[in-house]
Design a protein around this ligand. Structure first.
Ligand code: DHB
Ligand code: MG
Length: 220
């Protein structure tokens, strides 16, 4: 099968549903200009995240890994009224770019970016008793299980926990991968399969980005 079809269909769907706009285009440009990794979710994945936030009527969203704010904007657009999104970003430069993009999207009043290591910031959010409706994990792949362990402490029954990049072009099938990100994703998936805290559906995804997938979990 010619895999360029995945990218072509992605473009077709983005066009059909008008998923791209000037704000989102500018986010992608800013990521290029600042020589940041071009690994934001695709527009279709953004729409998927937006849908998930709408489905759970999210009032408080937590994102782990903001990068340039692309997925942040998709998720924050799903909030209404007094809804809030908190996003944790390790790199100061990335956080500054994200903040600019979020301001351009008119979402600064809804979004707060916390700069630093998520594993240091998450315990603070637990202490502050933050209660989330949706958590999007998209940061350091080797830390996914640790992020999840904090995520469940910030969750209630029905909280949705979504983790990006858990298929890694199918490399998760490899017995002895030397890729730490693959092993991190594998560990995360295996942990979810054994967890009695959540129910999970792992969705394989194709499109403009490399073949990958998201784990969608609901807290019991
Ligand atoms: C990588 C990270 C991501 O979050 C992603 O969506 C794709 C790739 C990476 O670090 O390679
Ligand atoms: Mg990702």
């Amino acid at each position: 099968m010619d895999e360029t079809i995945f990218s072509k269909v992605d473009d077709y769907l983005i066009d059909l549903f008008s998923l791209d706009d000037d704000v989102l285009k500018r986010v992608r440009e800013s990521i290029k200009e600042n020589e940041m990794p071009e690994i934001s979710v695709s527009a279709n994945q953004g729409q998927f995240l937006y849908m998930m936030a709408k489905l759970c009527n999210a009032k408080q969203i937590l994102e782990i890994g903001a990068l340039g704010g692309y997925s942040t904007i998709w998720l924050a657009r799903a909030l209404d009224g007094n809804g809030k999104l908190t996003s944790i970003e390790l790199e100061l430069k990335h956080a500054e770019v994200a903040k600019e993009n979020i301001a351009r999207a008119g979402l600064s009043d809804k979004v707060e970016i916390l700069v630093g290591d998520a594993l240091k910031i998450l315990p603070e959010l637990v202490k502050d008793k933050m209660l989330t409706d949706l958590i999007f994990i998209d940061a350091e792949k080797t830390q996914y299980v640790s992020y999840f362990n904090y995520a469940v402490k910030l969750a209630k029954k029905g909280t949705v926990i979504i983790a990006d990049n858990v298929i890694r072009e199918g490399q998760i099938l490899e017995e002895n991968s030397s890729d730490e990100m693959v092993n991190g994703a594998k560990k995360y998936n295996e942990m979810l399969s054994k967890s009695d805290k959540v129910i999970t559906s792992i969705v394989q995804q194709v499109g403009k980005k490399a073949y990958d997938g998201m784990a969608i979990s609901i807290v019991k």
